[in-house]
Design a protein around this ligand. Structure first.
Ligand SMILES: C=CC1=C(C)c2cc3[nH]c(cc4nc(cc5[nH]c(cc1n2)c(C)c5CCC(=O)O)C(CCC(=O)O)=C4C)c(C)c3C=C
Ligand SMILES: [Fe+2]
Length: 409
């Protein structure tokens, strides 16, 4: 099938686009160099790829995640920048519901391996966003980047109680794929890994289902695997002042290439949910400082009632993590539930893949997590087993731009 008549391209317009454009207009639009962009107001639509900031940060959190961390194996700088350009071109296509390459899964010569793996043929864009980040280990002697490492990308301290597994922590480059369809998210990561063959290897990856946060006031608050509403008091895309002051990095922060970018911290947090499930409702609610049904803060009736910290236990999770306890530090949380099967001992291997974006982890994630690690009674039921921190550059401006161009300039 040629690119022009690809089913994916037509589906990629999304329901709103199809209704607005009509079949004839779709065929005409498929000839344009710029992909047709339809806002993902439905679960099948597409989010714009180009912009001042990367999509997948304030974008209303989609339902599914495939997160990957790569190690770079090439030692040639031009191979790395070439790969980032190839990845950017593929990401621009994939996020609009297109195949990863121009000939696609079935449009190339039969003698050659296709430039798309094919499992997303016929599927719409599904709100796919692809967000790239650079880990501290990339800023070494291999690529001459040591002097460009941002101060905010400082190594995280050791937190009490953490049991980090090195094989599923860190990484030179990460890509966060979020979509409403798990097949679309997995397809995107798989194709980026395929394109990177010989230059990068997959260090670790994580699937997530069921977002555990809202990043927009238009979304309802979902629940984590402990059964509590999670994301009520999150930073939201509508919080203009907070987003400007505490989410996006600025040139005056020291690393000018990060202006308009954000710092990402990931933590895989395993839950001993079998123990949690035998804990009384009162204790569960005391631990978080919110009620389980409505999500209302202690002493209040409704989810979004203002928090009265004095009405909670002194060590309630919400009280320990609240901005007033940390010089007004906020996070944009964007995590997912995960279940990686069972552990052979009759327990689910399940928990929260915590994701948080911020302007400076030294002033945001670190103090909050230090306080939680030392004081949170939730620690009886959780264990941090993986950690990652990445500098996510600003958005790709147009088809001539690429992921990380400012870093390599
Ligand atoms: C270091 C940051 C945080 C980690 C790690 C973390 C783990 C974690 N959280 C929950 C469940 C809930 N967290 C809630 C609120 C909340 N959590 C953090 C930070 C971390 N949580 C913050 C900053 C906040 C907001 C505090 C506030 O301003 O009120 C809530 C309440 C609902 C909400 O507002 O989102 C729940 C529930 C789990 C299960 C978990 C680790 C497994
Ligand atoms: Fe929390």
């Amino acid at each position: 099938m040629s690119e022009h008549i690809s089913r994916r391209k037509i589906f990629g317009l999304g329901a709103a686009g199809v209704a607005a454009a009509g079949a004839g207009a779709i065929a005409a639009r498929s000839l344009l160099a710029e992909p047709p962009v339809v806002h993902a107001s439905s679960t099948s639509g597409a989010f714009p790829f180009y912009g001042e900031h990367q999509a997948g940060i304030v974008t209303p959190a989609q339902d599914r995640l495939h997160f990957v961390a790569f190690d770079v194996t090439t030692t040639r700088r031009e191979e790395l920048t070439g790969l980032l350009q190839e990845w950017t071109a593929a990401a621009a296509r994939l996020t609009q519901g297109r195949d990863a390459g121009a000939s696609g899964a079935v449009g190339g010569p039969p003698e050659a391996a296709p430039d798309d793996t094919g499992e997303a043929l016929g599927l719409p864009a599904s709100g796919l966003t692809l967000t790239v980040g650079f880990g501290a280990s990339l800023f070494d002697d291999r690529f001459g980047l040591a002097a460009r490492r941002p101060a905010a990308l400082a190594d995280l301290p050791r937190f009490p109680g953490e049991r980090l597994i090195p094989e599923i922590s860190g990484g030179d480059i990460c890509v966060q794929a979020c979509a409403h369809d798990p097949q679309v998210a997995v397809h995107a990561i798989r194709n980026l890994a395929r394109i990177g063959f010989g230059k990068v290897t997959v260090r670790w990856s994580q699937l997530g289902f069921g977002r555990t946060s809202s990043t927009s006031r238009a979304q309802t608050t979902p629940r984590n695997l402990m059964g509590f509403k999670d994301g009520t008091n999150n930073m939201k895309l509508e919080d203009d002042d907070l987003v400007r002051d505490q989410l996006w990095a600025a040139a005056e922060d020291g690393a000018d290439w990060m202006a308009g970018g954000s710092y990402l911290v990931t933590r895989k947090i395993r839950m001993t949910i079998e123990t949690w499930d035998r804990t009384s409702l009162r204790e569960q609610e005391d631990i978080f400082g919110r009620d389980k049904n409505e999500g209302a803060p202690a002493g209040k009736k409704n989810e979004f009632d203002p928090v009265d910290l004095a009405a909670m236990k002194p060590d309630a999770h919400v009280r320990l993590a609240h901005p007033t306890a940390h010089a007004n530090a906020h996070l944009l949380r964007r995590g997912y539930n995960y279940v990686d099967g069972s552990d052979g001992l009759g327990r689910l291997d399940a928990g929260l893949f915590f994701i948080a974006y911020q302007r400076d982890p030294r002033r945001q994630f670190v103090p909050v997590q230090m306080s939680l690690a030392k004081n949170d009674p939730l620690n009886e039921y959780i264990k941090h087993v993986s950690s990652g921190m990445f500098a996510c550059p600003p958005g790709v401006r147009d088809a001539g731009d690429y992921w990380g161009r400012q870093l390599f300039a």
